[in-house]
Design a protein around this ligand. Structure first.
Ligand SMILES: Cc1cc2nc3c(=O)[nH]c(=O)nc-3n(C[C@H](O)[C@H](O)[C@H](O)COP(=O)(O)O)c2cc1C
Length: 336
């Protein structure tokens, strides 16, 4: 049966297939979310975290982050902050946006955020975390609320089970666990056994997250932890087809690798989306294109050739030519 968030007075949101794009600041913008939607296999996409201060004080940069296209839906908007009253107003704004899910970030390990007692900093103060969850739940009349967190701040203060139970008690629709401590940042390995323990401790849906690198890992995480959905972040950059491939495996079918033509189309598709979105800033377009093309050509024979070539290009048109050229040469080499 498909996973559904909410429905207890809130608008139900089906997450089908139960595969979720993790929020990633600077990455999961509108163009990236649209691209992954077009490729398919993703049940829910997530915006990068948005500050409750920026959201409620009409900050222009935040307004830009908040844009979305109906084709992305279902879509989750993630908010963060340390002040319950401010978070309540931020949740009201998310409700007004009419998106499908509102998520609270309690996992960000960045010092700037921790110091302000937001993100994973809230795991140091579960009383405040509870207040914030309650305030957001009150503000969200129709939008399901979810919370994303880590194991705790340090190895010595692992308290994700307590936080999971608080979320359940406050009417949260689902929780997502990145199975690392905040102190670990992104080092070491995510320990999935904690996801299994959280699943045993609460009745609300549990989303597993951390170090899913392949479609096979998606299946392994479901099997090893019993989680209700798998969330994947960094691996989507090297392999934006990962959700589609995992969805095939979940349906009991083998998956295939992306073809050369599909790789080219993804780069060009993303190019068009980025160019349309940043029509006023060609430098930003090129910077983004260089980053993403680096990932998309990962593992391709001679991919380094294209990456070196685009490092010095000065116009989007030159970039387009280089990509077309690269794939045409590649195809003729493969045919030879
Ligand atoms: C560049 C980057 C930005 C991120 N930004 C956010 C964010 O805005 N909100 C959040 O909850 N997690 C953020 N994360 C954490 C991811 O959502 C995810 O929990 C983490 O990368 C582990 O999953 P993965 O191994 O599949 O990448 C970010 C991670 C990366 C690499």
């Amino acid at each position: 049966m498909a996973l559904v968030y909410g429905g207890d007075g809130t608008r139900p949101c089906a997450v089908d297939p139960p595969l979720i794009l993790a929020p990633m600041a600077g990455i999961t913008d509108m163009t990236y979310r649209l691209l992954l939607r077009r490729i398919g296999g993703v049940g829910l996409v997530t915006m990068e975290f948005v500050s409750s201060e920026g959201l409620t004080r009409g900050n222009r940069k935040t307004q830009r982050l908040l844009r979305f296209d109906p084709a992305e839906r279902p879509l989750s908007v993630q908010i963060y902050g340390a002040d319950a009253a401010r978070m309540e107003i931020a949740a009201e704004r998310v409700e007004e946006m009419g998106v499908d899910v509102c998520d609270i970030n309690m996992g960000c390990p960045a010092n700037k955020i921790l110091k302000g007692c937001a993100g994973a900093g809230l795991m140091r103060d579960l009383g405040r975390a509870k207040e914030i969850v309650a305030a957001c739940r009150k503000a969200l009349k129709t939008t399901p609320l979810t919370v994303k967190f880590r194991l705790g701040v340090t190895d010595e203060t692992v308290n994700y089970l307590e936080l999971g139970r608080i979320c359940e008690g406050e009417g949260v629709a689902a929780v997502a666990l990145h199975a690392r401590t905040a102190k670990q940042m992104y080092t070491g390995r995510a320990d999935w056994s904690y996801i299994a323990r959280l699943k045993e401790a609460v009745r609300i849906p549990v989303v597993g997250n951390g170090d899913v690198a392949t479609p096979e890992d998606v299946l392994a995480m479901f099997k090893e932890t019993g989680c209700d959905a798998v969330m994947c972040g960094r691996a989507t950059m090297k392999n934006p087809w990962i959700f589609r491939q995992a969805a095939e495996l979940l349906a009991g079918r083998p998956y295939r690798e992306a073809t050369l033509a599909e790789r080219r189309d993804v780069i060009l598709d993303h190019f068009r989306l980025i160019q349309k979105d940043h029509a006023d800033a060609p430098k930003a377009v090129l910077a983004k294109l260089r980053t993403f093309t680096g990932w998309y050509t990962h593992g391709l024979p001679n991919g380094g050739e294209l990456r070196r070539r685009i490092a010095s290009l000065e116009s989007p048109q030159a970039f387009l030519d280089a990509v077309e050229d690269f794939f045409a040469t590649h195809a003729s080499r493969a045919a030879a």
